[in-house]
Ligand binder design. Structure first.
Ligand SMILES: NC(=O)c1ccc[n+]([C@@H]2O[C@H](COP(=O)([O-])OP(=O)(O)OC[C@H]3O[C@@H](n4cnc5c(N)ncnc54)[C@H](OP(=O)(O)O)[C@@H]3O)[C@@H](O)[C@H]2O)c1
Length: 252
């Protein structure tokens, strides 16, 4: 089992929601952590919650300049040996395919897919041999997902990247896995929508989820940390944290 205490970790998109829960669990376990996000207010709040073992850095995954600067900063702050990299940022907007403009489509793929791919490419030299990468995909990364096709397509790409990186980083003994959340209680609930739409989204989520509730951010974070530190003989796997949504929905 990998030790969290004394390890070095990076959480991309860690200033709120599941990413912040991952960073909190890492800090509580005794890791030194770099956390990223864009919004200064959220970053400031994360700094206050996480304390001095966390280095909170403003960085946008969609900017090549930011990704380069982040790689430099991670090297300065953590040295060459990052034990665990969590690629967690995401963007989703609900709506039928007729409403998906090219701008909306590009944003989904820039934040979720391109941002994830080039972040790992840029940070790979900073990873310790024997380390781990964990992507946050979604239960929507497979099958038909009406009303969220651009998001689902981008997350399908993320799951494909996770498997590809797992193969290409195997010679360095770096394990690459994915956590696939279902409906999870976060400030955005994973969607760019009004408060009413989000409440309705969650209500439907609780109805269709076999366990009849949504996940807490800590439940998702626990699985992400398990994949990074404890799942030492697992690579290229995807673990749903979804109250049975993917496996059991057709049983009801
Ligand atoms: N909540 C759900 O029900 C749910 C379900 C399935 C999958 N997911 C996935 O789980 C992950 C976390 O979801 P969440 O609900 O916790 O999201 P969230 O509350 O919206 O938090 C997302 C985090 O990523 C950061 N971020 C967003 N865009 C970024 C960018 N371009 N560059 C760098 N950081 C960025 C955000 O900070 P800034 O906005 O300040 O940058 C924030 O720290 C996402 O990948 C999401 O797609 C969520």
């Amino acid at each position: 089992m990998g030790e969290i205490r004394g390890s070095r970790a990076v959480v991309i998109g860690g200033s709120q929601g599941m990413g912040l829960a991952m960073a909190r669990a890492l800090v509580a376990g005794g890791a030194e952590v770099v956390v990223t996000g864009r919004d200064e207010k959220r970053l400031e709040e994360a700094r206050a919650v996480l304390g001095p073992s966390a280095h909170v850095v403003r960085s946008d995954v969609t900017s090549a300049a930011d990704r380069d600067a982040l790689a430099g900063r991670v090297g300065e702050l953590l040295g060459g040996g990052v034990d665990a990299l969590f690629v967690n940022q995401g963007y989703s907007r609900l709506g039928p395919f007729e409403e998906v403009t090219e701008e909306i489509y590009d944003r989904h793929f820039d934040v979720n897919a391109k941002g994830a791919f080039f972040t790992v490419q840029r940070l790979a030299p900073k990873l310790a041999d024997g380390g781990a990468v964990v992507f946050t995909t979604s239960v929507a990364d497979t099958g038909a997902n009406p009303g969220m096709m651009a998001y689902a397509g981008a997350k399908a790409a993320v799951w494909s990247f996770a498997q590809g990186f797992a193969a290409e980083l195997l010679p360095r003994r770096i394990r690459v896995n994915a956590v696939a959340p279902g409906f999870t209680d976060t400030p955005t609930m994973g969607v760019d929508a009004s408060e009413e739409q989000k409440a309705e989204f969650m209500r439907i989520g609780d109805e269709v989820t076999p366990m009849k509730r949504h996940a807490t951010v800590d439940e998702v974070a626990a699985t992400a940390l398990y994949l990074a530190y404890d799942a030492t003989f697992s690579t290229a796997v995807r673990v749903p944290v979804d109250g049975g949504l993917e496996a059991l929905s057709t049983a009801f």
